[in-house]
Design a protein around this ligand. Structure first.
Ligand code: NAD
Length: 502
């Protein structure tokens, strides 16, 4: 049988590329959507139930892969924000007074229900965001559930690490569109475990999974008002972070908005954590396992269409292996399957929005104008929706905009270095400081470099690995504060002075 297949195929190795002729034609493997429904219209989740907005305003959320509207979403105004904060404030004393064990029970229940409904959540996230179903199914949803499981485990052990610490009170949380469910879990799970109540505002272009999470809270019997979810754009976010009854603001999003929020909480007794943008360097040494490093670089920049704050968007490769590395990388890039995000074979889905596509195109044009060489995958793009080819720039200078600004898309810039010292200098030559990656065979070199790279997370011989037990956060314009791990709990607790800074 196998022999037969081989005889019909034209297996050849021209330029190192395998071709199988027409033996294995491409078959779509679409995920079905008949197992869940999307309502025509969603209200705000305040005090344990969905309510119509006082604003009486709604806006549409749509599928970036088809441009088809999915649902109408409530736009919360100042009055709606005030109702949500009041609900959270009313719920705070009883929630804080619960034993850690009881709070843990709720969190475990949320995690379990989320996993039971994982297929529905994965589909919803893919439709609303444009990311491939393979990623929502294997990364976003399981990792979101893990965050609830992990923090449930801490709820009754807080005294072991932060003796005498108490909840802060009401937390206002604002999140971006690139990992809508996961970011909601990152924010809500530690806040609840530590006894705080929450008002969360998801991004206006991807609110569906956070709203569906409210159904999970209801099913888990979470007391009314402990979590409130209000939808709307930047105006709603601004009204929330400026509300006088908040005790903490936790924000994930762009550096620009993060700075505005920092200004708006200045002078108030409000705790603040900011998880902002990034421009991570991937440092590849000549002794690295090259094919493994190429997979890591591909995962680092093309995962989630490059809409990742910690994306490895700057490749620094040792000069001696640059040519071979780039040749192999470009070959690998050609094999990335771009297309229908609901197809289980798809590697890269749609760009999340028209605005984001415009920004990517603008920066890529700037890269070409400034003299870098653009290489793009030669793939067919769907005619509807927002798409961008996997792209790599070579001949990049440190001064180019594409090497300095966060593109937040599937675009890699390649530069070289000769010595470890030069690698550190170039990697640190950024206003950000969120993550970095090191690829080398030598353990001592990893330790030497990790100590010198100014980045909150440094991955070694891997990239984009997330674990709720590992603190995540940045330096410089990537923000401050940590999420995840023991350190992440600290950001939601009032710690007795003697223990500070924790
Ligand atoms: P964004 O800053 O435009 O929006 C983020 C959220 O803030 C949205 O919900 C938005 O409605 C809200 N918002 C906008 N203006 C506001 C204001 N004045 N006050 C309060 N809220 C306001 O960011 P984005 O385009 O949604 O997301 C992309 C950015 O997020 C990238 O820069 C990315 O690096 C960053 N990000 C960082 C992390 C991290 O952990 N460091 C994780 C994911 C994304």
């Amino acid at each position: 049988m196998v022999k037969n297949v081989e005889s019909r195929s034209t297996v050849k190795a021209s330029k190192g590329q395998l071709s199988f002729g027409k033996v294995w034609p491409y078959e779509k493997a679409p995920e079905s959507t008949d197992h869940f429904t999307i309502a025509d219209r969603y209200g705000l989740f305040i005090d344990g139930e969905f309510v119509a907005p006082k604003s009486k305003e709604y806006f549409a959320t749509s599928n970036p892969a088809t441009e088809q509207p999915l649902a109408e979403i409530a736009h919360a105004n100042d009055a709606d924000v005030a109702l949500a904060v009041q609900a959270a404030k009313r719920a705070a004393p009883a929630w804080r007074a619960l034993s850690g064990e009881d709070r843990a029970r709720y969190l475990y229940r949320i995690a379990r229900i989320l996993l039971e409904r994982s297929r529905e959540f994965a589909c919803l996230e893919t439709l609303d965001n444009g990311k491939p179903i393979r990623e929502t199914r294997d990364v976003d949803v399981p990792l979101a559930a893990q965050h609830f499981f992990y923090h449930a485990g801490w709820a009754d052990k807080l005294d072991l690490v932060y003796p005498g610490a108490t909840a802060l009170g009401v937390v206002g949380q604002v999140i971006p569109w690139n990992f809508p469910l996961l970011m909601a879990a990152w924010k809500i799970a530690p806040a609840l475990a530590t006894g705080n109540t929450v008002v969360l505002k998801p991004a206006e272009s991807s609110p569906l999974s956070a709203l569906r999470l409210c159904e999970v809270f209801q099913a888990a019997g979470l007391p009314r008002g402990v979590v409130n979810v209000i939808t709307g754009d930047g105006r709603t976010g601004a009204a929330l972070v400026q509300h006088k009854d908040l005790n903490k603001v936790a924000f994930t999003g762009s550096t620009e908005v993060g700075k505005q929020i920092q200004r708006s909480v200045a002078g108030r007794n409000v705790e603040l954590t900011l998880e902002l943008g990034g421009k991570a360097a991937h440092v590849v040494f000549e002794d690295a396992a090259m094919d493994q490093a190429i997979e890591g670089v591909v995962r680092g920049i093309f995962f989630n269409q490059g809409h990742v704050c910690c994306a490895g968007s700057r490749l620094l490769v040792q000069e001696s292996v640059h040519d071979l590395f780039v040749e192999k990388l470009l070959l690998r890039m050609q094999r990335i399957r771009v297309g229908d995000p609901m197809d289980k074979n798809t590697d890269m889905g749609a760009i999340h929005s028209k605005e984001q596509l415009t920004r990517i195109c603008e920066l890529v044009s700037a890269g070409e104008r400034e003299g870098a060489t653009l290489h793009q995958a030669d793939c067919q793009l769907p005619s509807k929706g927002y798409w961008f080819r996997p792209s790599v720039f070579t001949n990049v200078a440190l001064s180019h905009r594409i090497a300095r600004e966060e593109i937040f898309g599937p675009v890699l810039t390649v530069m070289t270095f000769r010595t470890p010292e030069e690698a550190v200098e170039k990697a640190n030559n950024t206003s950000y400081g969120l993550s970095a990656g090191i690829w080398t065979d030598k353990g001592a070199r990893i330790l030497w470099l990790a100590e010198r790279l100014r980045a909150g997370v440094v991955w070694n011989n891997t990239f984009n690995r997330f674990d709720p037990a590992a603190p995540f956060g940045g330096f410089q314009e990537s923000g401050f504060g940590r999420e995840g791990g023991r350190q992440g709990l600290r950001a939601y607790l009032k710690v007795p002075f003697a223990l500070s800074p924790g």
